[in-house]
Design a protein around this ligand. Structure first.
Ligand SMILES: NC(=O)C1=CN([C@@H]2O[C@H](COP(=O)(O)OP(=O)(O)OC[C@H]3O[C@@H](n4cnc5c(N)ncnc54)[C@H](O)[C@@H]3O)[C@@H](O)[C@H]2O)[C@@H](O)CC1
Length: 459
């Protein structure tokens, strides 16, 4: 057994309904699934235990608790002191096994359950969550919350490790799931699902290498339109990213007066240009665009063959039904939008909380409404396109939470759309988001422009 991430292969994710169907189908041939699950938990528990104290197994009433009770028996058979109860042991535990709730959690927590979760979180020992950290919804990666009036709303186990059993669940990889699950392990219990996945978990994607005969004309053009007064850096970051992603030519159309100056004094390869000069370019539209971008959008949306729409372009589209219709009427497979949760909320006319409550559903709804690829940013970015199984990005971290990081992603994606013109936008969006996330997995502050060099090294 080894931790799942980082992964070199994509993994299928299955929501609760699919997991239950898989479980029913598997139980016919493999009636000892729970014994397998309990043994897997015990095996990992043995490896994670720190010190000589008892292993505290907090076991709920359902099958998640059943896994925990079998693990307790296996550990005891190995001579490990165990404490299978909802109250903590008298002496500090060497490991906490959270087997309170798994995929069966389907309503807000009551005070008693919240208290058990808080007691687990208060332990200094590592916490191994069985299947899903208790309190977290397996489908969405959001805490189930507590019944009205409890102070501990949103309480969930903060696991150091989670052993996902039978299937991998989407909620472990998006929303709060990434923060609560800790290091994720997986045991398929010997079952190969026949179901189509609910979503895919991303892996690095190899893109086609250039041929020796390729030249700058083969590598496509990008036109970045944005950079209103005071926000020109956003457009320049996007343009630099497009350049380093390998676009043959990158033009910048700054919305603030540039008085004949260079597109970017620090990056002489970038050129000034406009829609009239490069009508066949991939558009990267909206980075630092301000309200001024709205007036440019109708012409850009009707002319450019491929477009990445970001930031203020999305705010303008959210505020205008004709612009929404213009996006939706573009040819299928030619448009990507890259909203963060607030931009997605504006586009969907719902709250940010509603977007975050079910990020997969929000991205899929937007993709359907605007008939385009949606890259919903945030912890566990989600890519959805009409007719495609969505992808959850397995990379990323808080270092990406800085101004300009989204501009780099939009520009990079635009660069890849230009260079790899034959590849589907959905694939390119997944690949770009994965690479961007991988570059951001550092434990130090990372100004957005400094994402570009590690992304280049990942090529
Ligand atoms: N059946 C099997 O053979 C297998 C079961 N597995 C385990 O079984 C788990 C699913 O088991 P269950 O379907 O029994 O579900 P759980 O064990 O997650 O919990 C179900 C129980 O909790 C109750 N409940 C839900 N939300 C509650 C709340 N907020 N407050 C209080 N009670 C609440 C439900 O009414 C139900 O009684 C998986 O997560 C996994 O750990 C896996 O080991 C795979 C094999």
């Amino acid at each position: 057994m080894r931790p799942l991430l980082p992964t070199t292969r994509p993994w299928p994710l299955f929501d609760t309904a699919a997991t239950r169907r898989i479980e029913v189908a598997a139980l016919a041939a493999t009636p000892d699934l729970m014994a397998r699950a309990g043994h897997a938990v015990a095996k990992l528990a043995l490896a994670l235990r720190r010190g000589d104290g008892p292993v505290w197994l907090a076991c709920g009433r359902g099958n998640n608790g059943g896994d925990g009770r079998i693990a307790a028996d296996v550990l005891a058979a190995h001579g490990i002191p165990t404490h299978a109860a909802l109250q903590p042991p008298a002496s500090p535990p060497s490991l906490v096994v959270d087997a309170l709730f798994g995929i069966g959690l389907n309503r807000p927590l009551d005070a008693a359950s919240a208290a058990v979760i808080e007691a687990m979180n208060a332990c200094s020992a590592p916490i191994l969550a069985v299947d899903v950290p208790s309190g977290l919804l397996a489908d969405t990666g959001q805490p189930a919350g507590t019944i009205a009036g409890l102070a501990a709303d949103g309480v969930a186990v903060r696991a150091t490790h989670t052993l996902s059993l039978l299937t991998l669940k989407p909620g472990l990889f998006t929303g709060e799931g990434r923060a609560l699950a800790g290091r994720i392990w997986f045991d398929h219990l010997g079952v190969t699902p026949a179901e189509a996945p609910t979503a895919w978990l991303s892996a690095p994607q190899a893109l086609p290498a250039s041929l020796a005969s390729h030249h700058k004309g083969s590598h496509g053009q990008v036109l970045v339109v944005g950079g209103a007064a005071g926000m020109q850096g956003a457009a320049r970051l996007a343009a630099r990213a497009a350049l380093h992603a390998g676009a043959g030519r990158v033009y910048v159309d700054l919305l603030a007066p540039n008085d004949g100056g260079p597109a970017d004094a620090g990056q002489p390869e970038l050129m000034c240009g406009s829609l009239a000069e490069c009508p066949l370019a991939v558009g990267v539209i909206g980075c630092g665009g301000g309200p001024e971008i709205a007036a440019r959008l109708p012409a850009l949306l009707s002319a450019l063959p491929r477009a990445v729409l970001d930031a203020d372009a999305l705010n303008a589209i959210a505020a205008s039904a004709p612009l929404q219709a213009a996006v939706a009427s573009r040819a299928p497979g030619t448009t990507v939008i890259t909203p963060h949760p607030l931009e997605a909320a504006r586009l969907l006319q719902i709250t940010v909380q509603a977007v975050q409550q079910d990020r997969l559903a929000a991205a899929q709804t937007l993709a359907r409404q605007l008939r385009c690829t949606v890259l919903l940013k945030g912890s566990g970015s989600v890519i959805a396109s009409p007719g495609e199984t969505p992808t959850v990005i397995s990379t990323g971290g808080p270092a990406l939470g800085t101004a300009g990081s989204g501009d780099v992603l939009a520009g990079w994606l635009g660069g890849w759309c230009a260079r790899h013109a034959a590849m589907p936008l959905h694939t390119l969006a997944c690949a770009a988001a994965h690479a961007h996330g991988a570059a951001g997995e550092v434990n130090h502050v990372l100004p957005a422009g400094e994402l570009i060099a590690p992304m280049t090294r990942l090529l």
